[in-house]
Write a protein that binds this ligand. Sequence first.
Ligand code: PLP
Ligand code: ZN
Length: 416
Amino acid sequence: MQTSEAFVGLDCVDCGTRFDPAEEPGRCPDCGGILDPAYDYDRVDLSPERLADREEESMWRYAELLPFPAEAAVSMGEGGTALVECPELADAMGVERVLLKDEGRNPTGTFKDRGQAAAMTAAVQHGAGTVALNSAGNAGQAAAAYAARAGLDAHVYLPKRAGFTQKAMTEVHGAELHVCDPVGGTSQIGDAGAAYAAAMDEHPDWYSTKTFVTPYRHEGKKTMALELLEQLDWETPDAVVYPTGGGVGLVGMHKAAVEADRLGWTDDLVPMYVAQAEGCAPVVEAYEAGADEHEPLADEEVDTACNGIAIPDPGASPMILEAVRESDGGAVATSDAAILDAAIEVARREGLEVGATCAAAVSGAFELAERGEFGPEDTVVLLNTGAGNKDVDALRAHLGEREAEAEEADADATET
Ligand SMILES: *Cc1c(COP(=O)(O)O)cnc(C)c1O
Ligand SMILES: [Zn+2]
């Protein structure tokens, strides 16, 4: 395996055992725990000064803090996304600055590209011929794209409710698309998960790039935090609000914030805030209950149009909750109506396009501001995890509903 200088192994987050990355492609063989890339930080030959001179703009700019060197990367220039000033939102929230980290500018339009770039690099290093995963949609599309880039076959298991764009592009990239809609199913991610698990049992040689099965997706996504810290000149923001499903991005960003702090690049951790939709908020509920892990929702209980965060059983919730508490962040859930209104608000006030899922971070930040969580001097970063045009159906439908309501109100007003 071609690994980077400081990468010393995979540590199980549950039993603490360290494994050789060449031997372990997935979860801990002893206890089933999540494996997390570990580094010898004394051997990380990188500093803010060295970074300032570096031309590489993709996420591989931070390769010294990734498991694989840039030369080995399966890459399409993912990362290096803009951190866009949102003065109108800052005014409306009563804070100094609101910045939107715009992950819509990635090759397949979401931050899932960072995770799949790292995981697909690992798949190639393991000599895999076929990769597989189940996904709510965006990770499947990203996997199809990166598998195409690496010359690997891919099997992508999506629930029927996944968006048209995600399904269509998965096939355009040449992956085998499995739309999972069993009789008596609910078309949630769990249905796709069951079909994926059955296929993996049949094909032990497939490499999984599923959430928190491969040890590398959160590792790829941690570059979002390294980037935004560098973009802020290593001044830590007062809040990062993140639309949370499985929590891969949040766990990864927190890991990067801990690393930057430990390396002396920053003075503080970055307060991480979980934003979810009220119709599927297991992490927010656990946070509010003071619990260390979530209670899964039944698939039938899921009630949100935000596909990317419709995750009723996020297995890594202990890591998410620990990240939130350790960083002194928080958690917030808002209604679909507030979320979709927020997406429209951003598009109209700032011109930026945020997806329906991502807008949970915007409406969540408004709710946190209302609760007095932010001060007038604060810098708040919103993660726009994906492009607005991935979720046009939900946004357009909401606009239609608002117009119908407004017309009804007008009609009522003329009658009286
Ligand atoms: C996958 C996804 C999320 C949630 O990601 P996690 O890191 O698993 O919590 C949020 N937004 C979008 C657009 C996504 O595709
Ligand atoms: Zn273990």
